[in-house]
Design a protein around this ligand. Structure first.
Ligand code: SF4
Length: 72
């Protein structure tokens, strides 16, 4: 069948500095992983596109990326 989503949001956890901005901005999408203190996506449909984009824009090290369905 057709994919339900055309793109997915991922955190490059090696580059994340654990500032918590994304998890504070888009609480339905990102959480702070406890062991390493880095952000991770837990729900691809947890927030509006606008809020996810705001979280991406807030990242000081630009380590949140969209990945297309084809690139998965
Ligand atoms: S905004 Fe960027 S650096 Fe900060 S916690 Fe989120 S992914 Fe990590």
């Amino acid at each position: 069948g057709e994919p339900l989503q055309a793109r997915f949001t991922y955190v490059d956890e090696h580059s994340c500095i654990g500032c918590t901005y994304c998890a504070t901005t888009a609480r339905g999408t990102f959480f702070m992983e406890e062991d390493h203190g880095r952000a991770r996506v837990f729900d691809q449909a947890g927030d509006s596109d606008e809020l996810v984009q705001e979280a991406i824009d807030s990242c000081p090290v630009s380590c949140i990326h969209y990945v297309s369905h084809e690139d998965l």
